[in-house]
Design a protein around this ligand. Structure first.
Ligand code: NAD
Ligand code: AHE
Ligand code: ZN
Length: 368
């Protein structure tokens, strides 16, 4: 079949809207009509050329929601008409990783996914007979896409696509790191570096679990109002204090119980660790840093009890946990509507990248 898609032909160049060819689902695969997709900072990161796994031409996008239109042979858990959220972290429930309760990093399709290919080592997308790569196993910047069955979470049918799509990455990453990974206890002091599409979800997750102080850190003061609306109790602009780590330690009587880096900057990653409370403070790296970047700190920071961790997709096991996050949203426990600041048709998808780079948007959603 033919489908309309935004294709990244080259790093650093705008996406181009073209009609591409899409091969139907092979055994174990599912054809999905994408109804809406968010544009995440990670899409911009890969498009910039900084992603070591970035390969072109590719159809980016990993934050979508849609409807199953056709299933390949052997697919048992989904049928045409089901509403789904694509998963860039699959959940096969069989691999060594899925069987270990300490991780959500299913590896069943990860190797081929990282090469932009389906599990059989080929692509379903092509243009003029030449393959176009998949991205993060999702390629939600295409009206129709094909995914492995294990890379789809079935969700309730009353969840609106234009908001639920954000659960495919930003919402689950931010709320999930608090609830699934860190398991933040009520009364904890939490510090969030970066008040963008991820950080604001960490804030609402911290509020949901009953954190005490929720301190936001950002160099863009225009984020303060919305961060307060989502539960931020205190704000520090690093440009307005002499030393941001000292300012946090003072505001928290010794340091954060939990800190979250939602920027992707190795300097703020260090600050996020070092603002943690001696003896127990835990810092989670969420931000994705460019190729060749490295983190550093004095080992004494760890010797004296601070913990440095990282998280992908908020620790969520997609097929199991994404439907739960959708319930939290539908039950009014989390607010998605006010974080979707812009909507546009596929034709205008490059505007979503401009709005992100200028700091004007929290999340842009493309509706098909
Ligand atoms: P965003 O652009 O919406 O937000 C980033 C925020 O950081 C902005 O508000 C910006 O003003 C602020 N900022 C930039 N430099 C700063 C500095 N030096 N000090 C303080 N604040 C600063 O991005 P986002 O969509 O929220 O994504 C954040 C990061 O999380 C990205 O690196 C993205 O790739 C990554 N991410 C990771 C996962 C995961 O599973 N680990 C999932 C989604 C996104
Ligand atoms: N491909 C990059 C790393 C990119 C990365 O860290 N991706 C996150 C998700 S960001 C979503 O917006 C992730 O889940 N990583 C775990 C995984 O298995 O990809 C690189 O450095 O090679
Ligand atoms: Zn993302």
């Amino acid at each position: 079949m033919k489908t309309r898609a935004a294709v990244a032909f080259q790093a650093g160049k705008p996406l181009e809207i073209v009609e591409v060819d899409l091969q139907g689902p092979q055994p174990g695969e599912v054809l999905v009509e994408i109804m809406a997709t968010g544009v995440c900072h990670t899409d911009a990161f890969t498009l910039s050329g900084d992603d070591p796994e970035g390969a072109f031409p590719a159809i980016l996008g990993h934050e979508g929601a849609g409807i199953v239109r056709e299933v390949g042979a052997g697919v048992t858990s989904l049928k045409p008409g089901d509403h789904v959220i694509p998963l860039y972290t699959a959940e096969c429930r069989n691999c060594k990783f899925c069987l270990n309760p300490k991780t959500n990093l299913c590896q069943a399709v990860r190797a081929t996914q990282g090469q932009g290919l389906m599990p059989d080592g080929t692509s379903r997308f092509s243009l003029d007979g030449k393959p176009i790569l998949h991205y993060m196993g999702c390629s939600t910047f295409s009206n129709f896409t094909v995914l492995p069955e294990i890379s789809l979470a079935k969700i309730r049918e009353d969840a609106p696509f234009d908001l639920a799509c954000y659960i495919g990455c930003g919402v689950t990453t931010g709320v999930g790191v608090v609830a699934f990974d860190a398991k933040v206890e009520p009364g904890s002091n939490v510090v969030v570096f970066g008040l963008g599409g991820i950080g604001l979800n960490v804030i609402q997750g911290a509020k949901m679990v009953g954190a005490n102080k929720i301190i936001g850190i950002d160099i863009n003061p225009s984020k303060v109002e919305i961060a307060k609306q989502f539960g931020m109790t205190d704000f520090i602009n690093p440009k307005e204090v002499e030393n941001v780590v000292d300012a946090i330690i003072e505001a928290t009587d010794g340091g954060a119980d939990y800190s979250f880096e939602c920027i992707g900057n190795v300097n703020t990653m260090r600050q996020a660790l070092e603002c943690c409370h001696k003896g127990w403070g835990e810092s989670y790296i969420i931000g994705v840093a460019g190729a060749g970047q490295e983190i550093s700190t004095r080992p004494f920071q760890l010797v004296t009890g601070r913990v440095w961790r990282g998280t992908a997709f908020g620790g969520a096991r997609g097929r199991t946990d994404v439907p739960k996050v959708v319930d939290w949203f539908m039950d009014g426990k989390i607010n998605i509507k006010d974080l979707i600041t812009h909507k546009m048709p596929l034709q205008d998808i490059n505007k979503a990248f401009d709005l992100m780079h200028s700091g004007e948007s929290i999340r842009s959603v493309v509706e098909f």
